[in-house]
Write a protein that binds this ligand. Structure first.
Ligand code: SAM
Length: 220
């Protein structure tokens, strides 16, 4: 929780992030920029890293995991082209920052996290911020949402060797999926569109994420 004195400094840092790290690097979607302004990153960062809340890099959140770099969060969100009346599936809730951005831009978000402690913490933060249009699940996201369901939009926020088959199956026809795909050290950020049952890739840029560990992801 951030006190009143810190709030002004964070507001300044947030505006600097918007101008220097997002707009100057091609984040132009006004809805995405508005969401990045509205969701306070400092709420998701642990005490030790609070002063770096708006640094343009990932930060540790404990248990060997990270909160993603703001530019990458904005870029993946922009590439996903969310629809206000749509639903999105996110793999890798982590601290819940990306979840909160998604929840601002579509009707309902379904998010899966492997580590119960991180999911609980994310639920507490989003609850405190009054974000209620999110369904949480703790488990192996590589196996997909546990109920039979299809999504217009899917975002994978951990590295995968390829798009897990159950996830590809849960993407609706003409739906979009954004994921870091490659090895456990470096990946390509790719947007896929589902056309006639097949995923058509478009390369976005190189990136580096922690691994998605699971049956259709990496081994631990
Ligand atoms: N979305 C986060 C944010 O807002 O900054 C960043 C997510 S972090 C880079 C990746 C997350 O994926 C970690 O919290 C990790 O525990 C989680 N993860 C790894 N394997 C997973 C799996 N099979 N299913 C669900 N989550 C998984």
């Amino acid at each position: 929780m951030v006190d009143y004195d810190q709030a002004g400094r964070f507001e300044y840092a947030r505006e600097t992030m918007i101008r220097q790290h997002l707009e100057a690097r091609g984040i132009t979607d006004p809805e995405v920029l508005e969401a990045m302004r509205a969701i306070r990153r400092e709420e998701f960062v642990t005490g030790k890293y609070l002063s770096e809340a708006y640094a343009d890099r990932p930060l540790p959140i404990g248990l060997g995991q990270t909160i993603s770099q703001p530019y990458i969060v904005a870029l993946m969100t922009q590439e996903l082209r969310l629809k206000p009346d749509g639903e999105a599936l996110e793999l890798g809730t982590g601290c819940g920052y990306q979840t909160a951005i998604l929840a601002r831009l579509c009707r309902r978000v379904y998010t899966i996290e492997r580590l119960g402690q991180l999911s609980e913490s994310a639920q507490a933060i989003l609850g405190r911020l009054g974000i209620e249009n999110v369904e949480y699940f703790v488990g192996d996201g590589s196996k997909g949402w546990p109920e039979k369901k299809e999504f217009d939009r899917i975002m994978i926020t951990a590295a995968v060797p390829q798009v897990p088959q159950p996830i590809a199956e849960q993407l609706k026809e003409d739906g979009l999926l954004v994921a870091p795909v490659g090895g456990d050290f470096a990946q390509d950020l790719i947007r896929y569109r589902k056309c006639e049952g097949r995923l058509q890739p478009s390369m976005i840029c190189g990136c580096r994420f922690v691994k998605l560990i699971g049956e259709h992801g990496f081994d631990e």
